[in-house]
Design a protein around this ligand. Structure first.
Ligand SMILES: [Zn+2]
Length: 469
């Protein structure tokens, strides 16, 4: 308790010091003290164990709330399920433009201590990296967003739009107790937002650190998790039945294994490939600039498909992951089931996709039902937000092109795209591949310290650009 008291007291002193010194006489920002403070705050944030399950994200919500309280930033803490905390905070603009939401999740995935060389919740700086669970996914970005809010609040500069900071629970388990709950229950606090920024971007630099592309992710593939249930005559296994539920299920799954869903080049993925053209070798550049035409060439298509990630973006995919049959070796069960993780391209309709799979399986004793699925949306790329990123990027990284990465996985963005909010994945962290970090969902998770410090400034500049009077 005493220690906590001193720690709290010293960080208040630190905050006051920085809040006074971060502004030069003319009101321009001095970045060094802001970045130093951001770094100290990130280390404190990484100390909070918010492993999901069980989550305990209320720790993160209270952490941010304490700073908001001290600074006089409007905020609310929600705990709709025990321990599952979400923090909402807002810095108001004039309202002449609609708000932007800075979305981040405060939960992290479990770790296996045996494979870590550091303590996951005792952040340390080593070899230019900040080590700690969540450093990259996504407490580092969450902190860059928060420091943006803090800096906007302290600068008192007039802005056109509200900036809303939302640190939510449960993303790593689907977000229904975090972003999903919030979007459903508190749309009034989203203020009819126009834009949202979240994880899911991606930037590229070469080995020398020269930045080649800055990503603004307009879309992601969408899960269509399905359960196949086959039925058939039950009985004693001493008398085999060719049309048993298990046999039917195996036949159905074999058909799915042999099935390659047709290629669908969606507008979002087309944009992504086109934007990557300048990064390609001289011979490949023209092919990527004209990707729709190029994919008609079967050799080129084969080449693209040989990259599992590119392949996943070009079609709906099927992974068979869970099987259930009899619970006794000598019983032929009346039903057998398989859960399959299918992912559909942006714009796909669930009914159409299920109908396609049904026709592949072609067995009316095998039913298909969704376990988890939602509409796959894409946000437009011709928006003020994408322009703001491009403008700031040009200033900081003149050689970089803007790219439009599409994620094969999914984030919490879909909860907000469903409300009509243009939502993008955007990371402000840029560095040579070896200096950016690693260990997401794995061991020794780490974020390059310089990438973080530069990113704090980059992120602020994008939001300032977007809300400039
Ligand atoms: Zn994440």
């Amino acid at each position: 308790m005493t220690m906590n008291f001193f720690r709290a007291a010293s960080s208040i002193a630190l905050l006051t010091f920085f809040s006074l010194s971060a502004f030069a006489q003319n009101g321009a920002l001095k970045w060094e003290p802001i970045q130093t403070e951001a770094y100290a705050l990130l280390l404190d944030y990484l100390k909070l164990d918010t492993t999901n399950p069980p989550g305990n994200e209320i720790r993160a919500a209270k952490f941010f709330a304490a700073i908001c309280q001290r600074e006089g930033i409007e905020h609310k803490v929600f705990e709709p399920f025990p321990g599952r905390g979400t923090l909402w905070a807002r810095v108001k603009g004039s309202g002449s433009e609609r708000p932007i939401i800075l979305l981040n999740h405060s939960d992290v995935v479990p770790h296996d201590k045996a494979f870590w060389t550091t303590e996951p919740f005792t952040p340390v700086e080593k070899d230019g990296f900040i080590y700690g669970r969540g450093a990259l996914d996504m407490k580092g970005l969450g902190m860059a967003q928060f420091v943006t809010l803090l800096t906007l609040h302290r600068s008192k500069a007039k802005r056109t739009r509200d900036v809303i900071f939302l640190a939510t629970a449960d993303e790593e388990a689907g977000g229904l107790q975090g972003a999903g709950w919030f979007a459903k229950n508190h749309p009034e606090l989203l203020g009819k937002a126009e834009f949202l920024l979240n994880e899911g971007g991606g930037n590229f630099a070469d080995d020398t650190g020269k930045v080649l592309s800055i990503g603004v992710g307009p879309s992601e593939k969408t899960p269509a998790w399905l359960r196949l249930t086959a039925t058939g005559a039950a009985g004693h296994a001493s008398i085999p039945r060719p049309d048993s539920s298990v046999n039917r299920l195996i036949r159905a799954l074999n058909k799915l294994l042999d099935y390659k869903p047709p290629m669908q080049l969606t507008p979002a993925v087309e944009q992504m490939f086109k934007a990557s053209a300048p990064l390609r070798s001289a011979t490949m550049r023209a092919k990527f600039e004209n990707i729709r035409e190029s994919l008609k060439d079967s050799d080129f298509l084969k080449l693209i498909e040989s990259d599992p990630m590119a392949n996943a973006l070009l079609r709906n995919t099927i992974s068979i992951t869970m099987l259930a049959g009899s619970n006794k070796v000598n019983i032929i069960p009346p039903a057998a089931s398989a859960d399959i993780d299918t992912r559909v391209v942006p714009g796909e309709k669930l009914d159409r996709w299920i109908a396609e799979l049904k026709s592949v399986i072609n067995d009316d004793k095998v039913k298909i039902e969704p376990i988890l699925a939602f509409d796959a949306n894409a946000s437009p790329i011709d928006t003020a937000l994408v322009k703001a990123v491009a403008t700031v990027s040009k200033r900081n990284y003149p050689d970089a092109v803007i790219s439009y990465p599409v994620q094969a996985g999914f984030t919490d963005c879909h909860f907000f795209r469903e409300l009509g909010i243009h939502s993008y994945g955007f990371s402000p962290f840029v560095a040579a591949p070896r200096q950016l970090g690693g260990g997401v969902h794995g061991n020794d998770e780490r974020l390059g310290k310089q990438a973080f410090l530069d990113g704090v400034k980059f992120f602020y500049e994008v939001i300032a650009q977007l809300s400039e009077k």
